[in-house]
Structures are given as structure tokens and as C-alpha cells.
Design a protein around this ligand. Structure first.
Ligand code: GLY
Length: 398
């Protein structure tokens, strides 16, 4: 077994979903904590508005054309709503939110056997957070079954879990899959069965080798030959162009390798996360307020759509990454994360009470090339924004 994996297993206890390990001796800024406390209180009230728009058998996805859009548990976004409710409960102690999150778990449970590369998003954000608040054997069982479902999508020749389905001769892998590895790392820790983590490590290593360009921006999709592991082509699905840097994809990579470093202590993952951060932070197309355009190569910058979801993911990942680096780098990462949180807290991005269908943030981009969910609220933007705020508040705490 990889020596870093052994170290991670010895370290043992779960880092928790919201409280990433923080070695950093940094006191969060008082005025930003005040703003975050206000945001959390506002978000709790706002989610009580959102709740009214969600049918019992559905989960909220967005609000567009002045209408709430809910979705089924099978959609990749399903776990974010209960996850956000659990985070808001952690941030406010408001039990109504906790109970509303719990109320969605029965419709999520059957997803544990779904054949989807996104099962980590769906189940770890929902049941993982529920288990973090109140661990239970039932949650553990559901999460382990989910991890087993994800492992079935692994091809040892390619060294990755497969995204979506593939035509014969193809095996598609998107950068987003990095996010699902957290479920596998958790599964090894709680079960003692190293097979989950071995798959996660192979996936992370293959992705590190093939998804990134020399400047550490990433392709969205690498299309492999499943029989040889060779590469058919590198392309985009949700970005502007095959050779562009889709903003949310850069976030999935940044967050994914930061998380893999937390879980393994393998310095190659830390280096990778730092290189990705460098690409994002030094990019001339990153606006001064640090919430990115939906793609770093969008042709209509500076009038291109912003993607609040990507900004929220960057903020959350950078706060964690700051805990693993030298003081000077940590300051750079935290400065950017603070700027993102402040920007997302402004009227431009944060919805007024009762507006925006009850979602917290405005102005995200779902799938622009498909013409879907452009400049709208998205459930995952809220999730990572609340996560980033909790992580910031917890800076310096054990
Ligand atoms: N495919 C997940 C995303 O839109 O980021």
C-alpha cells in the first residue's frame, strides 16, 4: 500500500465534512466573522422560504424564469440541499433546518445503489454531513454501500472511475470526478478496507497525469480507450472550448487535490493543489473581486457571466489549503477566500430575503454550452458558500 495512504489510515479519525484539518494558527477577521454570522442567519431565514417551494419527493436545483425548479434524487445535485441545511444547522443551531435536512434523507437513501459517477456528491454531501452531526450505523451502512457503487465504475486499465456512460471504445472521465473520491477515502477509514482508497489514489494519480496542461489548468474531459488506457481525446463539455479552463472545473480540481492531501498527506497532491491555485489566482481574467467568469477563456470577458458556484468552491478549498502551507502562502489563499466571501455577501450576489426563489446566491452558470441554467441560483453554489463560511469561522480552532 502507498506509504501516504498508510499514514492517512493511521491518522484515522474522520476530518469531518465541514471542519477540514487546520494546522493554521490564524485568527479569522472579526468583521468578516460578523458578516458571516449575519449571512448564516439570513440564509437560515431564506432557506425557510426555499423549503416552501420544494415538493416532498424532490430537491431544489435552481430558480429560473421566476419559477422554482426541483429535481429528483437521481440528479447529481440532489445531496446539496440537505447538506446545506445541515451546514446551516451547524452554523445557527436552528433545529428546523436540521429536521428539514433529515426529512429529505429517506428519498435519498435508494441512491446508494445508483450507477453514477456523481454518487459522492449526492450521498456524501447529504448522509456524510448527517453522519458528521450525529453518527449512526445506518448512515455508515448507506455510505459504504454508496462507495461500493462508485467502485463498480472503476476500470483498472484506465485507472479511473467512469463519468456518465460511454460508447464502445470510449471511457469518459471529467475533472468533477475528483470530488467523489472523498467518499472512497472515508469508506476506507471507517471500514479498514483499503480497496476504496486504492481506487481513489489511482483515480487521483491518473487524473493528475492526464487532465492537466503545463500551466496546471485542466481539461474538462479526458476520453480514454478502456481496453488500453490510452487517450482518445481531451475536450470540454461544459466549458467554452476544449482548450479553455472552465471555471468550475478548476474548482473541482483545486478542492479535490486539497482534499486528497488531507486524506493521504502525499505531498504530490499538495503540490498539485498549489499549482492549480496558482493558475487561478494569477490568471489575468480573474476579476478583482475574485468571483470568476464562467470560463477563464470566455470570449466576452469582461461582460461574460460570472459563476458564483465556482467562486464558492474556490473559497472553501483555499481556506482548507491555507492550513497545509507556509504562512506567506496561507495569507495569499486566505486573502482571496476572504475577498470571495465578501463579494458573495454583497447585494450583487446575495439575494434579498424572499427573492431568488429562496436560494442564497444569485449568478451561477450550470451548463452554458447547452443553454441550461445560465446566470441563475444553483443549489451547489449555496452549499459551498455556506461550507466556506463555516470553514472560515473555524480557522484556528482544533
Ligand atoms: N457536472 C457537474 C458540474 O456542473 O459542475
Amino acid at each position: 500500500m502507498n506509504r501516504f495512504l498508510i499514514a492517512a489510515l493511521i491518522l484515522g479519525a474522520s476530518a469531518g465534512v465541514s471542519n477540514a484539518q487546520q494546522k493554521l494558527n490564524y485568527k479569522p477577521k472579526t468583521d468578516l466573522v460578523k458578516l458571516i454570522d449575519k449571512n448564516l442567519k439570513d440564509a437560515a431565514a431564506q432557506y425557510k422560504v426555499l423549503m416552501k417551494n420544494v415538493p416532498a419527493d424532490s430537491l431544489p436545483e435552481t430558480f429560473q424564469h421566476n419559477k422554482p425548479k426541483s429535481t429528483t434524487p437521481k440528479n447529481w445535485v440532489s445531496g446539496f440541499y440537505p447538506g446545506t441545511l445541515f451546514y446551516l444547522y451547524e452554523g445557527t443551531n436552528d433545529k428546523t433546518l436540521y429536521e428539514a435536512g433529515l426529512a429529505k434523507l429517506p428519498i435519498m437513501e435508494p441512491i446508494k445503489t445508483i450507477d453514477s459517477h456523481d454518487i459522492g456528491f449526492m450521498m456524501y454531501c447529504s448522509f456524510g454531513n448527517a453522519n458528521n452531526i450525529k453518527p449512526s450505523a445506518a448512515y455508515k451502512d448507506i455510505l459504504l454501500t454508496s462507495a461500493q457503487s462508485l467502485c463498480k465504475r472503476f476500470n483498472p486499465i484506465v485507472g479511473c472511475t467512469m463519468s456518465w456512460s460511454s460508447k464502445p471504445g470510449e471511457f469518459r472521465v471529467i475533472i468533477d470526478n475528483m470530488m467523489n473520491l472523498e467518499l472512497l477515502m472515508w469508506a476506507t477509514k471507517v471500514s479498514g478496507d483499503s480497496s476504496y482508497a486504492k481506487i481513489a489514489l489511482q483515480h487521483a494519480n491518473t487524473t493528475m497525469k492526464n487532465h492537466f496542461r503545463p500551466d496546471y489548468s485542466s481539461y474538462h474531459l479526458v476520453n480514454y480507450n478502456p481496453a488500453t488506457g490510452g487517450i482518445n481525446k481531451k475536450q470540454t463539455v461544459q466549458g467554452y472550448a476544449d482548450d479553455s479552463a472552465w471555471a468550475r472545473g478548476q474548482g473541482w480540481g483545486l478542492y479535490g487535490y486539497t482534499m486528497m492531501y488531507r486524506e493521504t498527506k502525499d505531498p504530490r497532491y499538495l503540490d498539485q493543489a498549489r499549482h492549480i491555485a496558482e493558475f487561478i489566482l494569477n490568471n489575468p481574467n480573474l476579476p478583482k473581486d475574485k468571483v470568476p467568469y464562467w470560463d477563464f477563456s470566455a470570449p466576452d470577458i469582461p461582460t461574460a457571466y460570472r459563476d458564483a458556484s465556482a467562486g464558492a468552491i474556490y473559497a472553501s478549498a483555499l481556506i482548507e489549503l491555507a492550513g497545509y502551507v507556509d504562512a506567506a502562502s496561507a495569507k495569499i489563499y486566505l486573502d482571496v477566500a476572504e475577498t470571495i466571501i465578501r463579494t458573495l455577501s454583497s447585494d450583487r450576489f446575495k439575494a434579498a430575503y424572499g427573492e431568488n426563489g429562496g436560494f442564497i446566491l444569485k449568478h451561477s452558470v450550470g451548463h452554458l454550452p447547452k443553454g441550461a441554467m445560465i446566470d441563475v441560483p444553483l443549489t451547489y453554489a449555496d452549499y459551498y458558500f455556506v461550507e466556506a463560511m463555516l470553514r472560515y469561522k473555524n480557522l484556528g480552532k482544533k
